[in-house]
Design a protein around this ligand. Structure first.
Ligand code: C2E
Ligand code: MG
Ligand code: MG
Length: 734
């Protein structure tokens, strides 16, 4: 996914999050508004309730005063009653009339006008009235009933109170006060509230469960705020809802919020998108600038400036880790002519192609850069051997040299490479570059298309090494190499124990060369692998002849550390044996002590595998390395070959004698067979016989010899003569 799409997705997500937050905000704000409205409504309702309770109490003052009067004197004259009630009713209250009943019949009523029909009314004729009357009697206090239908028509609230004889406590009278509830409620503000619809229920003081007194039943089902109104006995319940019927704020207000919020969220997301886009463009621009500042535009590899940075950092690391490296200065030969002949774009293509070839021939962590024009530099990291830099330079030259196709022209270009080594040729960027540059000019002077070291000695050595390396490879191809065999003799009976294959080079001009003339350089240059494979191949094909001649002892083959510990190489050896149909049990592989030291676990696994496949393992030149008995126990070693330097002074030098017998005892203690190398004299043989070290390889018995000589000497035809031959050799060594 490209960055632009990512930014769009991020902005969209931010928009969605803003929307979710907005919805939540609108919802909580709505709840908050509802709560607020209910709270305000409750406040207003409690004001109404206070007014209603106040007006009721004020109205009931009349009945209370009359009750006090009658309690003192139950029989009251009509005039006194009229005078009293007139006074009580004059106070602009809601009293419609007051009445006194004796023996459940209304006897006195004021004002009489309009209420004549009630005079003489017997409560016992109206069971509903009688029931409330009895409640008042049994409670002995004021009760408030209604609204009830009056005998004289209409509806009103009726307050009642019984009067008892203070001595006998018998009911003597009943006082009723009829209150105009409609106006009472009006004056309390129940009917005309500007914001609230109010309802009151609880006829006869039955509270919230009672019948509706005024207002609408629907209010009670619309989640109203409620309050109770205290009556002398029982209570009423007040309920209120907004006139609109709902507590929720208008949808219009909510949508406004929402629309406004959405517009803001949208604008914010667009702004975010633009800011991020801008930032990304800036980052890309900075990236491009810093890329251009560090990398070469044409080839994409590091430029001079970045190369200096990288190399300076690497020099510090090498100083810390005590590592060596080589700096290769590569200059293309006759590049200008290609440019002039084929044009600049062809020249550019050529530089790109060369870069690709250089990159392909280097390890991933080597450094490569273009200094400008047709000059390249390469750093070969962690160099173990200066000669390897020379080999790598040759490899690069070989790749550069391969013809390339440029605008339908086949072009082959050469290069000159100068090699400077860290730390010997310089310990900083400038010095090393100068040295490599000078070396490059030396390569140009030497005829171009070649590589030269900055250091003179190295230059000479490298030239001869390189020649030797190429000569070895050529020699293998030309079948100039051969194998000689040296027997290992059991001095007890003179029998042949085994033989060692030793490489020889029949050099066309220098004659027969011994390993000391070519093994070291073959190891350095890597040609040892090819040479080793040649020896193994040769031995495999000779084994058939040896077996045919009755020589069946194992053949020892030498391996150097550069050949070993490579699983691919190992598989190749067994493949070679298989190709020749030779069993691995015909071989002993000789390795040196030093090869057992690093990375013990991995080596152990490899050696175990070799051993498991049937090849026995011997330690060659034993005693010249670490000679630590402890590590030997960890490896599957069957044979120790004690180096000839330990035999040299024997038996005349007592120190050498002691050393040699100590080594023999060590091998014996480890239960490993021991072969003594370099035995040249009869006194040495005698000394070894005394030590019962009978396996002997040395010129005393035989020098390394060609296969034919070996067969002639140790084949079946001479077998019968063996004891005699052995005795003869003891007197007259070869
Ligand atoms: P090495 O494996 O210790 O082989 C024994 C060397 O001692 C041989 O030398 C042999 O000629 C020499 N020698 C044996 N008996 C006597 C003696 O009584 N007196 C004296 N002065 N020398 C004796 P050579 O053939 O010159 O080989 C030298 C070394 O080169 C070998 O030492 C081995 O390490 C190495 N080498 C030989 N062939 C190969 C090979 O095919 N591959 C590898 N990697 N190394 C090889
Ligand atoms: Mg050997
Ligand atoms: Mg040896």
């Amino acid at each position: 996914m490209n960055n632009r799409l990512w930014i769009a997705i991020i902005s969209l997500c931010v928009f969605v999050v803003c929307e979710i937050m907005l919805i939540r905000f609108v919802a909580t704000d709505r709840e908050r508004q509802v709560e607020n409205k209910r709270y305000l409504a409750l406040e207003q309702l409690s004001t109404i309730r206070a007014r209603l309770e106040g007006l009721l109490q004020t109205n009931l003052v009349a009945i209370r005063q009359l009750h006090t009067e009658l309690s003192l004197e139950p029989k009251i004259s009509e005039e006194r009653f009229a005078a009293l009630t007139e006074n009580l009713m004059s106070q602009n209250l809601h009293i419609r009339h007051l009445a006194i009943a004796y023996d459940y019949r209304i006897r006195l009523i004021y004002p009489l006008e309009g209420n004549e029909s009630a005079l003489g009314f017997d409560y016992r004729t109206r069971p509903d009235q009688l029931r409330t009357l009895h409640e008042a009697i049994s409670s002995r206090s004021i009760t408030l009933n209604g609204p009830v239908a009056l005998a004289q028509g209409g509806e009103a609230l009726i307050a009642r109170v019984p009067v008892f004889d203070k001595d006998t406590q018998e009911l003597v009278a009943l006082i009723s006060q009829v209150i105009d509830h409609y106006n009472l409620f009006n004056d309390s503000g129940l009917h005309s509230h500007p914001e609230l619809s109010i309802s009151l229920r609880g006829i006869d003081g039955t509270g919230e469960q009672g019948e509706l007194i005024t207002g609408d039943y629907g209010i009670w089902d619309a989640n109203p705020v409620t309050l109770t109104v205290s009556l002398p006995r029982g209570e009423w319940a007040l309920a209120a809802i907004p006139i609109s019927g709902s507590w929720a704020p208008t949808a219009y207000a909510n949508s406004l919020y929402f629309i406004f919020g959405t517009i803001l969220a949208f604008l914010f997301s667009v702004l975010l998108y633009l800011v991020l886009r801008n930032q990304q463009r800036l980052r890309q621009a900075f990236g491009l600038i810093s890329n251009q500042a560090r990398f070469d535009n044409l080839t994409g590899i590091a430029n001079r400036h970045f190369f200096e940075e990288q190399l300076t950092a690497y020099i510090s690391a090498c100083e810390r880790r005590d590592e060596k490296f080589a700096l290769l200065f590569i200059d293309l030969d006759h590049f200008k002519e290609v440019n002039d002949a084929l044009g600049h774009s062809a020249g550019d293509d050529l530089l790109k192609l060369v870069t690709g070839r250089l990159q392909a021939s280097l390890r991933r962590d080597d450094i490569i850069a273009r200094l400008g024009g047709d000059e390249f530099v390469v750093v070969l990291k962690n160099l173990s051997e200066p000669f390897h830099a020379q080999l790598q330079a040759q490899k690069l030259l070989k790749h550069i040299r391969e013809p390339m196709n440029l605008y339908a022209n086949e072009v082959a270009i050469d290069a000159s490479i100068g090699i400077a080594l860290f730390p010997s040729d310089g310990d900083n960027f400038a010095e090393l570059l100068k040295a490599a540059d000078l070396a490059m000019y030396a390569a140009k002077d030497a005829g171009r298309g070649t590589s030269e070291f900055f250091n003179n000695d190295l230059r000479e050595q490298a030239t001869s090494n390189l020649h030797m390396h190429q000569a070895i490879l050529q020699g293998i191809r030309n079948r100039e190499f051969l194998v000689h065999y040296q027997p290992v003799i059991n001095s007890k009976d003179g029998s042949l124990h085994s033989i060692e294959a030793l490489a020889r080079w029949n050099h066309p001009s220098r004659g027969l060369l011994l390993p000391k003339d070519f093994i070291a350089i073959a190891e350095k240059s890597g040609a040892i692998r090819d040479l080793g494979n040649f020896v193994l191949n040769q031995v495999c094909s000779d084994i058939a002849e040896l077996h045919a001649a009755g020589i069946t002892g194992r053949v020892a083959i030498n391996f150097s550390s550069h050949q070993f510990y490579d699983k691919v190489a190992m598989d190749q050896w067994f493949q070679i044996m298989q190709q020749h149909q030779v069993d691995p049990s015909c071989f002993t592989f000789e390795i040196t002590e030093s090869m057992l030291l690093p990375d013990r676990e991995r080596q152990r696994d490899l050696l175990l595998e070799i051993n498991d496949r049937g090849v026995t393992l011997a330690i060659d030149d034993f005693g010249t390395g670490y000679s630590s008995a402890s590590y030997l126990r960890h490896f599957p070693i069957c044979l120790l070959k004690i180096d000839r330097t330990f035999v040299a002074g024997v038996p005349d030098d007592p120190h050498q004698n002691a050393l040699l017998s100590a080594l023999i005892h060590m091998a014996r203690a480890l239960n490993i067979d021991v072969v003594i190398e370099g035995v040249e004299t009869v006194s040495q043989v005698n000394f070894l016989n005394m030590q019962t070290a009978n396996l002997i390889q040395g010129f005393y018995f035989a020098k390394p010899m060609p296969l034919a000589s070996l067969i002639e000497r140790y084949g079946p035809s001479v077998k019968e003569k063996e004891p005699r031959a052995f005795n003869e050799r003891r007197k007259n060594p070869t």
